[in-house]
Design a protein around this ligand. Sequence first.
Ligand code: TRP
Length: 341
Amino acid sequence: MENTEKKTILSGIQPTNNLTLGNYIGAMKNFVNMQDKYQDYTKNYIIVDLHALTVPQVPSELRERTYSMLALYLAVGLDPEKSNIFVQSHITGHTELTWILNTLTGMGQLNRMTQYKDKSAKEGTFINVGLFAYPVLMAADILLYNANLIPIGDDQKQHLELSRDIAEKFNYTYSPTFNIPEAIIPKQGARIMDLQHPENKMSKSAESPKGTIILTEDLNITAKKIKSAVTDSDMEIRYDQSNPEKAGINNLLTIYSTLTDTEISEIEKKYVNSGYGDFKKDLSEIVVETLRPIKEKHDELLKDKKYLDQILKQGAANVQSSAYKLLSKVYKKVGLVAPAR
Ligand code: TRP
């Protein structure tokens, strides 16, 4: 474990479905903030296309969404000069390291993963091995770069725990090799809730399209969704986490607060004499004006696939040599014969 090496921040983003306002506030905005906050860290943001294959995909849509995801990340302010943005399948070391880590991971450990249990229940009778081994690939994503800090949503905590366990198992079985990665989970705004069912997380796969704001959707629709968000009968713009009745307004206050960088108490003061209608009207403008430039930039970038390919090529080139170095070290430690050169 070379302490002299530059520390690494790493996260993965699935190119599945559409990214939501929840993803923007809970994840994307943080990636951009970290770009400045952690200037002397290496930052790797990986579009995890191989993970996406663990559930059925339409090939042409998967490819388009991979580009769309990259365009969105560039549009929100990820800077390829400061962060390495690349596609998982472009660096073959991810799958190669996965194989080695598979041999150190117990079936029982994977059986306990709640995401696997949920997803396999939805898939019905055909449950593919990839879905089961998903967390091992995620561990490989992290360990291939010996990453230290992993920004994730709290739904990924269990997978990160497993990555730590696998790293420890390798270090113990062979010799110290991997850093034990730590999660960074954003506090406020980590969970933006569904606008219609505020007891559930806003999710790209939600059955409630009216409750979910998609980053690339028509902004008139976005405004309507905010204006028709559920609130409560108490008519007070007040944050109260202990009261499940206020889940809707708590969520709207959280969105307002994170997008404007204003304390919730300030917002409460501002709206002390207003009704929900005025508050939601203002909030819909805030959301729409936040998303407008992002959407415009995204749409423009998406037209230029050559440029996007170039960004991905550069991102992969930046990380390639360190990945292969680590993989060779691992191969050697487990007893594989190094190929003659
Ligand atoms: N499983 C993560 C998710 O669905 C995505 C992911 C893949 C990831 N590899 C990763 C996150 C490595 C952090 C680090 O959100």
